[in-house]
Design a protein around this ligand. Structure first.
Ligand code: PLP
Length: 394
């Protein structure tokens, strides 16, 4: 049997093949909307799905550049196949529209990215799909949430922005016992630190806009799972058209080649920043899965091979103090999104999660005083010095 490549080698080599026409070393950007058929029989066979191959860039497998990215990502997640999308939200939407119908029920982690919450709470009920938001960090809550109509469990772990962790293996086992799909948003951890499919999930999806692209210069989404599940997404992807362009796919392929190196540095820096913040009297609390003080630190240790670059904290003096901190950083950028090479700071209650009603936010811990940090790969001393000078002005 052929020896399986290690993760770092997969980042660099998986799915890469020299271009057969000119021998180009890197995957070309196939910037085309359509593909020429050899004859009318081939065109008809491809449309009928009787023959694999490229048809039109909206229809999976989209373009050869997208296909290389999908295959590389699937190799990293430990899945059989992958599918690229226009954004993380396009990925989630395609998965929902493929798997759920009127009358079905979805169980979701209660703390999820703001637009995911809005999609689940505003759009799905209009389609006759019932959603239960559950604190999935308590297995008992998940157990109680299943109904005969439940068709999917959607987990976000670590959750944006509270960094709450849930037990993917236990919940995937529960889902399987109920004959229900388990889908994990793996955006915060990336396959470098967490492999939902190996823990039993049916699908692992990510916003490529974050660590996968890694340089804050694109929008994209991606999912990996078994071949049949991925294939089942193709009609909705084709009909709704939320597809990734070939240039973005090429940027993601390039980004993935350094994923392992970037993630190591993000995590190393985040740990140092988390420890620094925890030591400051002005800081009330810090949530980073790598800290002993994180409520699910033991679970994070078991389930993740590292803790990634995201953390949140509360500052004494509440939101006013938080605003002064955000307005006084110089090296860190005040911006939403995450997973960039530089450190980003933002205020979820008024930015990424502002679309969630206040009482819901407060209940799940997205308080007005919570500040979120996406720790970059700069020298950690510079990040800490910037936060220190900004804290002095609070
Ligand atoms: C955890 C998580 N999932 C999904 C998304 C949506 O990704 P995109 O912005 O690429 O649509 C985000 C965006 O911030 C996110 O943080």
């Amino acid at each position: 049997m052929e020896r399986e490549m290690k993760f770092a080698t997969k980042c660099v080599h998986a799915a890469e093949r020299p271009d057969p026409i000119f021998g180009a070393h890197t995957t070309p950007i196939f910037q085309t909307s359509t593909f020429i058929f050899e004859n009318s029989r081939q065109g008809a066979a491809r449309f009928a799905g009787e023959e694999s191959g490229y048809v039109y860039a909206r229809i999976p497998p989209n373009t050869p550049t997208n296909a290389v990215l999908a295959e590389k990502f699937a190799a990293l997640e430990g899945g059989e196949a992958g599918q690229t999308f226009a954004s993380g939200m396009a990925a989630i939407t395609a998965v929902l529209l493929t798997t759920l119908k009127m009358g079905d029920h979805l169980i979701s982690t209660d703390v999820v990215y703001g637009c995911t919450y809005s999609l689940f709470s505003e759009v799905l009920p209009r389609l006759g799909i019932d959603v239960s938001f559950v604190d999935t960090s308590e297995l008992e809550n998940v157990k109680k949430a299943f109904k005969p109509e439940t068709k999917m469990v959607f987990l976000e772990t670590p959750a944006n922005p509270t960094m709450t962790i849930c037990d993917i293996k236990e919940i995937a086992d529960m889902a399987r016992a109920h004959g229900v799909l388990c889908v994990v948003d793996n955006t915060f951890a990336t396959p470098y630190f967490q492999k939902p499919l190996e823990l039993g999930a049916d699908l692992s999806l990510s916003s490529c806009t974050k660590y996968i692209g890694g340089h804050a210069d694109l929008l994209g989404g991606i999912a990996a799972g078994n071949r049949d599940f991925i294939k089942s997404l193709a009609p909705v992807v084709g009909y709704t058209g939320g597809i990734m362009g070939p240039h973005e796919a090429w940027l993601c392929i390039r980004g993935l080649k350094t994923l392992h190196i970037r993630m190591e540095r993000h995590a190393e820096n985040a740990m140092k920043v988390a420890e620094f913040l925890e030591s400051r009297p002005a800081i009330e609390w810090v949530r980073y899965p790598g800290l002993q003080s994180h409520p699910q630190h033991e679970l994070a240790r078991r389930q993740m091979s590292g803790y990634s670059g995201m953390l949140s904290f509360g500052i004494r003096g509440g939101i006013e103090a938080g605003r002064r901190l955000m307005d006084n950083v110089r090296l860190c950028s005040l911006a939403v999104s995450l997973g960039a090479t530089d450190t980003l700071i933002q205020h979820p209650a008024s930015m990424t999660h502002a679309c969630i009603p206040r009482e819901v936010r407060e209940k799940v811990g997205i308080t007005d005083g919570l500040v979120r940090l996406s720790v970059g790969i700069e020298d950690p001393e510079d990040i800490i010095a910037d936060l220190e000078q900004a804290l002095e002005k609070v």
